[in-house]
Design a protein around this ligand. Structure first.
Ligand code: SIN
Length: 196
């Protein structure tokens, strides 16, 4: 039986992070998948409440998620818990805004400086980590679908509220796992994924 393209991508990412824990070839793999494949549509899930986070695959080295954004559903301003984040746009145009929080890195309050903003279209891949900036992601106009690769997986991150300066630690959950709606706590989901 032939493997689904998304499974082939996961296999290629597993090999890539074994070869190079920094994942130097990950952006090219994501771009090629985004440019040529459509089976991600099986994982699309919308919510009127917020953008959805849909887990495709997770190993000890990385996790791959499909995020579905309705118009005006922005992410909070957040960090990446010391990990690397790649975002490949599958559909729509996505805006990324950078922020800096000068001051003590673990402070409970932060004053934010807004940095550059950039729009990415289908098949384009963005990269960020905490050395580069904090960021916010939102669809530019109309809905958007994006593929996010985190290496290593991110279970918690910090969220920055620009009007009050409050910094909050949040646990990250999933709306679906491998295409099935997810009712279980994130820790239970994490335990079901074998550590490849
Ligand atoms: C998320 O994973 O919920 C936010 C998107 C990102 O970090 O790029």
């Amino acid at each position: 039986m032939t493997q689904a393209p998304l499974d082939c991508l996961c296999q290629a990412l597993t090999s890539e992070f074994r070869r190079d824990p920094a994942g130097a070839g990950a952006a090219a793999l994501l771009a090629e998948y985004a440019r040529t494949q459509q089976d991600w549509r099986d994982y699309v899930r919308w919510s009127d409440e917020r953008y959805t986070r849909n887990l495709v695959h997770r190993t000890r080295e990385y996790e791959l998620l499909l995020l579905c954004w309705q118009p005006e559903q922005a992410s909070p301003i957040h960090d990446h818990a010391g990990q690397s984040c790649w975002m490949a746009v599958l559909e729509g145009d996505m805006e990324e805004v950078h922020y800096r929080a000068p001051g003590a890195p673990q402070a409970a309050e932060a004053c934010l400086d807004e940095g550059r903003s950039c729009t990415y279209g289908p098949s384009q891949v963005a990269f960020i980590d905490d050395r580069i900036a904090l960021h916010l992601i939102q669809p530019k106009s109309g809905p958007g679908v994006t593929l996010h690769l985190y290496a290593k997986p991110i279970d918690e991150c910090r969220v920055f509220e620009p009007s009050t300066g409050q910094v909050t630690g949040v646990e990250l959950g999933y709306h679906s796992v491998r295409g099935e709606a997810c009712q279980t706590a994130p820790a239970e989901v994490r335990a079901t994924f074998a550590a490849d």
